[in-house]
Design a protein around this ligand. Structure first.
Ligand code: BTN
Length: 327
């Protein structure tokens, strides 16, 4: 389907983020009049894009113009499958739920849903994931792997490595990974991942996997309760340079495709361990009434956390039911 003209203009503005581009250049590239360019610019501004028009120089997207769009994500995408079916929504209850419905209707591997805001964002263990507009990237990616349900823990670990790499590439910030699925910067959570799987009844194998990624990009507004604001970090407060959410979303898809494509080599586990902020530290298991303190000694090849007590007795923690708190 032909893209609306305003989206093609947006694509050109995204490509020229570093400087101005004249109305006549845009018009020539698209084979339209300068008046039509102006009309498209007005329509984009109405959608909330912040565009500066400088007489005799042209147009440019302001650095703080940061609306998630399929055009801007597409511009930075270097994938074969992930994000090639892409839905970008201003608001949705949960991108995981939305994508699940697409999966049930036969959506292809790689289909991705990105939202600016979630009204019912879900976290692990039945928690909610705070997802206000303009603050984050809330995205879900569909996989249709051949393997067993055990793969969901591995793909979560793989996702954590991919997001860490993307954040590092785009923002210059190097996140650590808190087993199993949280990305941390200076003790603040900047990303959480919720992987959900559906089984095929007949074969008992996986029908699909949805990797849901929530990234905290900008500081949560004051109206959020203090405990939530205390736990959540915002990447832009640590970042070495300005960046757009669309660019970061594309980088996540690029790295996720690369890492997921070589999951069988287990290479990502090395990086997962190297980025761990849990290994070698004392931890308690969330919900353990006795609050027993363990030492986190290993992450095994199934991405399970091995903990040891002072007698040397070990336990292997499975990420599906358990969260740990570092002390
Ligand atoms: C966690 O920290 O417990 C996991 C949070 C996962 C949040 C993401 S945001 C996109 C996707 N949609 C959801 O409802 N949840 C995941």
């Amino acid at each position: 389907m032909e893209q609306p003209m305003k989206h093609r203009v947006l694509e050109i503005l995204e490509q020229s983020r570093d400087g101005d581009i004249s109305g006549s250049k845009i018009a020539a590239q698209l084979g339209i009049t300068r008046a039509a360019v102006w009309k498209a610019i007005r329509a984009l501004e109405k959608e909330g894009h912040r565009i500066e028009a400088v007489p005799r120089r042209g147009y440019r997207l302001l650095p703080d113009s940061d609306i998630l769009s399929a055009e801007a994500i597409g511009l930075h995408l270097a994938t074969r499958t992930l994000g090639r079916g892409l839905v970008v929504l201003p608001s949705v209850d949960s991108t995981n739920t939305y994508l699940k419905n697409l999966a049930l209707r036969g959506a292809k591997e790689g289909t991705t849903v990105v939202a600016d805001c979630q009204t019912g964002g879900r976290g692990r263990l039945g928690r909610t994931f705070v997802s206000p507009a303009g603050c984050g990237i809330y995205m879900s990616v569909l996989f249709r792997p051949k393997g067993s349900p055990d793969q969901s823990a591995l793909i979560t670990a793989c996702g954590a490595v991919a997001v860490a790499r993307a954040v590092e590439e785009v923002t210059g910030v190097s996140p650590q990974i808190k087993w199993v699925n949280d990305l941390m910067v200076e003790g603040k959570k900047i990303c959480g991942i919720l992987t959900e799987a559906a089984m095929e009844l007949e074969s008992g194998g996986l029908d699909y996997l949805i990797v849901g990624i929530g990234i905290n990009v900008r500081r949560l507004p004051e109206e959020f309760p203090q405990p939530v604001r205390q736990v959540a970090g915002a990447i832009d407060t640590f970042a070495a340079r300005p960046f757009s959410r669309s660019r970061l979303a594309a980088a996540v898809l690029n790295h996720l495709e690369e890492e997921a494509g070589r999951m069988d080599t287990g290479a990502y586990l090395e990086e997962y361990r190297a980025r761990s902020c849990v290994l070698g530290r004392p931890v308690t298991v969330v919900g353990d009434p006795a609050g027993k303190v363990w030492q986190a000694v290993e992450i095994d090849d199934q991405a399970r956390l091995v903990v040891e007590d002072e007698t040397g007795a070990r336990q292997v923690l499975n990420s599906r039911e358990i969260s740990v708190r570092t002390l």
